[in-house]
Design a protein around this ligand. Structure first.
Ligand code: PRP
Length: 204
């Protein structure tokens, strides 16, 4: 049996659809179930439903064989895992954004609200910055004067548009990745490779 850490929410549901197309399924709706461990009816795989930013930790610690994470969570968490496959799903960008009238004069300390302090620190390596770590609705921070700019994910751009914000710089492109625990991969390599190859042929 292979243990798979799935991120709860939008991305997890898309990835679960991919597993269904591959012939795996559980007798529950991922959208409504409160269960956190779901077993495939043929008992070939087990899914753990995990907060997206915690998936990499479960995999690094060897509690799951593989996991699906956004590249953003993967970089931010700094975990020591194998990155085996780019699923090409959940494509988006990590960007610096600010109110449409804001101009960064480059001189004073830049206040930045973000869920991603490590990515932000690495990007502003030569700049005096003050990071304000938040957990969600990041776009609100510059609107209310909590920060000058934000570092956050832009997918459709809808949240920026509806809140009169703009993209100032693109830091990196992101998408969903399949990661594997180093210890469990070395122990279970053939089975994990088979599953990854199957996932690869089913993604676009
Ligand atoms: C993410 C991200 C942006 C938004 C971008 O937030 O932090 O706020 O999606 O998507 P868009 O460009 O398609 O509008 P999420 O919905 O995960 O919720 P959060 O604000 O609680 O982090």
């Amino acid at each position: 049996m292979i243990d798979i850490a799935l991120p709860k929410g939008r991305l997890g549901e898309k990835v679960y659809e991919l597993f269904e197309n591959m012939g795996y399924s559980v007798n529950e709706s991922l959208k409504t179930t409160r269960k956190l461990v779901l077993e495939d009816s043929n008992k070939e795989v087990r899914f753990f439903l995990i907060k997206p930013s915690d998936v990499a930790v479960y995999v690094e610690r060897g509690v799951a064989d593989i996991g699906i994470v956004g590249k953003d969570s993967l970089i931010e968490s700094g975990v020591d895992v194998y990155e085996l496959l780019d699923l090409g799903m959940g494509k988006c960008s990590m960007c610096v954004c600010s109110p449409i009238n804001y101009v960064d004069d480059g001189r004073k300390t830049l206040n930045i609200a973000t869920k991603y302090p490590n990515i932000t620190r690495d990007y502003y390596i030569n700049r005096d910055i003050d990071i304000i770590k938040l957990n969600g609705s990041i776009e609100l921070a510059p609107l209310l004067g909590l920060s000058h700019v934000i570092v956050d994910i832009v997918e459709t751009g809808g949240t920026l548009r509806e809140n009169n914000l703009k993209v100032d710089a693109k830091i990196m492109e992101l998408s969903a990745r399949v990661i594997a625990s180093k210890s469990r991969y070395n122990f279970n390599k053939a089975a994990i490779d088979n599953l990854i190859n199957l996932m690869d042929t089913r993604t676009i």
